[in-house]
Design a binder for this molecule. Structure first.
Ligand SMILES: Nc1ncnc2c1ncn2[C@@H]1O[C@H](COP(=O)(O)OP(=O)(O)OP(=O)(O)O)[C@@H](O)[C@H]1O
Length: 210
């Protein structure tokens, strides 16, 4: 994590159409190490689409993503970024442990070992459970455990609190706050009221275009 002190995500003049309908245009923002960014907006305003552009799953119609001063494609951006989308990204037929070993094999080791991460997300003892036997909230906590075991500066999280009870919400908020507190960056959507003081939060509101 050599970039830690100077990490910054910058979006310049980003525009996106969907089915010939403009979702957003001339979108500009910057988030630096130790900050989080909350994307707000009504249903259908383009929050998920923007996150999918940020993590490379979709192309913008125009604009640039800049990571640590370099165009994303010419930087370590895609190595430094981790995405947890609506789908939890786990393999249902594999166990909890197999899923985390799989995630670890794809990235550099992070701040926590697998057993520590399972403990953090309160899934200790579930190692050998196939993922399809977990509840929705447990699956969500497992998908977030992946962030803890691999090295990543930038977390891109689409509705990370979905399916979580109030303890789960507080837990994930504290994990995000810890990430931010150690110089990480988080970009997220949420319909849940966040504990802003801990998250050093900036906000962007996407207007639904009709
Ligand atoms: N698979 C798709 N094919 C075509 N259009 C889509 C598709 N998914 C979303 N859209 C359109 O793109 C627009 C933006 O959707 P998006 O999912 O980014 O919104 P959102 O702000 O994340 O909404 P929500 O708060 O409901 O999750 C929507 O108005 C929708 O009509």
């Amino acid at each position: 994590m050599d970039n830690l002190q100077h990490a910054a995500l910058e979006v310049r003049d980003l525009s996106c159409f969907r089915d010939e309908r403009l979702l957003f245009s001339a979108l500009n923002f910057e988030v630096q190490a130790g900050q989080s960014l909350l994307l707000e907006g009504a249903n259908g305003s383009g929050k998920t689409t923007l996150l999918r552009i940020l993590c490379g799953l979709r192309e913008a119609d125009s604009g640039q993503i800049i990571w640590c001063g370099q165009p994303a494609e010419r930087s370590s951006y895609y190595r430094d970024m981790a995405y947890v989308g609506h789908a939890d990204g786990t393999k249902k037929e594999l166990t909890v442990l197999e899923n985390l070993n799989f995630a670890l094999a794809l990235g550099a080791p992070g701040k926590y070992r697998i057993d520590e991460a399972l403990d953090k997300v309160r899934l200790a003892g579930f190692d050998d459970n196939p993922v399809h036997t977990l509840s929705a909230g447990q699956k969500r906590r497992l998908s977030l455990a992946r962030l803890l075991i691999t090295q990543n500066l930038l977390w891109i999280l689409d509705e990370p609190f979905t399916s979580l009870d109030k303890h789960g919400i507080a837990l994930i908020e504290s994990l995000i706050a810890d990430h931010i507190g150690h110089g990480g960056i988080a970009v997220l959507t949420s319909h849940h009221d966040l504990r802003m003081a801990d998250l050093n939060l900036k906000r962007i509101h996407l207007q639904a275009c009709h």
